[in-house]
Design a protein around this ligand. Structure first.
Ligand code: 4AD
Ligand code: MG
Length: 431
């Protein structure tokens, strides 16, 4: 039976093993050829000695090109010099496919070239490390939520209405009707939270946004927890607990990957709750002191302002109580100060910007109806959403965590495009 490279150390020196893999490097010295073989689970050096293999196999191995695929047979030997601690003494090689000249060589390539070859670039050590961190991040987010009474509820992708404003919608059709690709599953999670108390969805979301920044994707993945009976303060506590847990676990599981990415682990190790909290008003005071004297109350924080604010802290920073007019229609206003809302953006350190947006939701039917008037929203399309407030409405809160932004921060990437397998950006949706 075929094994995986990661499992090779389980075999003794006497046992014959076999596995499938790709040749990443080949080097020969006389009657010995050293093959570096990768199978996604690990790498191993396979040593082919002319005297140990048939003449056909020796000839085959001599002709192997980078990324050629084969089945390899042999015995595992402990070898202190090898990175994995083991090497393979090869007895046979069966070729599956001889690779054409591989376009991604061991030299510098421009980013557009690499993105054009994303389907092949994924095989590089760096991209594989990022994919593993991404998978671990998803696993531990789900683990945290699953272990804390949350139930996963999937939200639809084809939707009849917007959640985060109409300017950023992808239009499509639904037979004879107009439909949109989901910007957020939140509104559906609010319905589900009234059935199950604590729920979350995790899926792709779409923003028709002409932003070409290091933090914007057109299609990205979002985790959206929604909690009945949870108010603003507790919403923030849940977010910081979840992030502390996720970072601790990902760090433990992906130490090797993060080291390969040259990530400074001490910075991530210090991410412990509680995270600092400042209000939007306090943020403005800080910005004014830092020389952003033109910034006036009511403006939204841009990437520059967020970076400046976060730079004063080593942990993620909650900025709360934004002006209602720059936030979404569903946010609960502050008592006695209705011009601001009970919301928080969580800004990651090291310039990564907003990774979470969340809020307490309006649960009063009359107030929500009033917001629909003010925002000119069609009451018919959102009839079901308003009805949630008619049948046992309760205070509730939730948040949306952008997976790629979190992964970019954990990995220390300069751009979110590497944090998703096949990025969709303003100027690209190939491959
Ligand atoms: O702040 P946003 O737009 O919030 C919502 O969609 C809420 N309905 C979420 C909720 O409360 N359930 O998006 C939430 C997060 C952002 O903080 C950011 O991390 C990520 O989603 N995000 C993006 N990530 C990559 N590219 C984009 N264009 C993004 N837009 C938002
Ligand atoms: Mg936001």
């Amino acid at each position: 039976m075929l094994t995986n490279i990661v499992d090779l150390p389980k075999y003794t020196k006497e046992e014959e093993v076999s596995f499938g893999g790709w040749i990443s490097k080949k080097r020969s010295s006389g009657k010995i050829i050293f093959l570096e073989v990768r199978d996604g689970t690990g790498n191993i050096q396979a040593v082919v000695c002319q005297q140990n293999v048939s003449a056909e196999v020796w000839q085959l191995v001599q002709g192997l090109t980078q990324e050629s695929s084969c089945y390899i047979y042999g015995k595992v030997n402990p070898d202190a010099r090898a990175q994995s601690g083991y090497e393979l003494t090869v007895s046979n090689v069966k070729l599956l496919s001889l690779a054409h000249e591989y376009p991604i060589a061991n030299k510098e390539h421009g980013i557009e070239f690499l993105l054009d070859h994303r389907h092949l670039w994924l095989r590089s050590a760096r991209q594989r490390a990022i994919l593993k961190v991404r998978a671990a991040t998803i696993k531990y987010i789900k683990r945290y939520l699953d272990d804390n009474n949350f139930i996963q509820v999937d939200a639809p992708i084809l939707t009849p209405a917007s959640c985060e404003g109409t300017t950023e919608l992808f239009h499509t059709s639904y037979f004879d009707d107009e439909a949109f690709l989901s910007q957020s599953g939140q509104l559906y999670m609010e319905a589900a939270a009234m059935a199950l108390s604590r729920v979350y969805c995790f899926g792709p979301t779409f923003r028709h946004e002409r932003s070409k920044t290091k933090r914007h994707l057109i299609e990205f993945w979002m985790i959206e927890p929604e909690m009945a009976f949870v108010e603003h303060a507790q919403n923030l506590e849940i977010q910081e607990s979840m992030l502390e847990f996720v970072i601790k676990e990902v760090l433990a599981e992906c130490t090797a990957e993060l080291k390969l990415l040259d990530r400074d682990l001490t910075k991530l190790n210090s991410i412990k709750k509680p995270f600092p909290r400042i209000t939007y008003d306090e943020a403005i005071t800080i910005l004014h002191k830092k020389g952003f004297t033109d910034f006036t109350w009511g403006e939204d924080l841009g990437a520059k302002e967020e970076r400046e604010l976060a730079a004063s802290f080593t942990k993620p920073l909650f900025v709360t109580h934004y002006p209602a007019k720059i936030k979404s229609f569903y946010m609960q206003p502050v008592k006695n100060r209705p011009e601001v809302v009970l919301c928080a953006d969580l800004l990651a350190p090291e310039g990564y910007g907003e990774i979470i947006g969340g809020s307490e939701r309006i649960h009063d039917l009359e107030l929500l109806k009033q917001r629909f008037e003010e925002h000119n929203l069609p009451k018919e399309t959102y009839k079901w959403y308003l009805e949630l407030r008619a049948y046992g409405s309760v205070p509730h809160s939730g948040f949306g965590l952008g997976l790629e932004r979190l992964v970019a921060w954990i990995c220390g990437l300069s751009h979110v495009r590497e944090a998703i397998p096949f990025p969709r950006m303003l100027n690209r949706f190939y491959p």
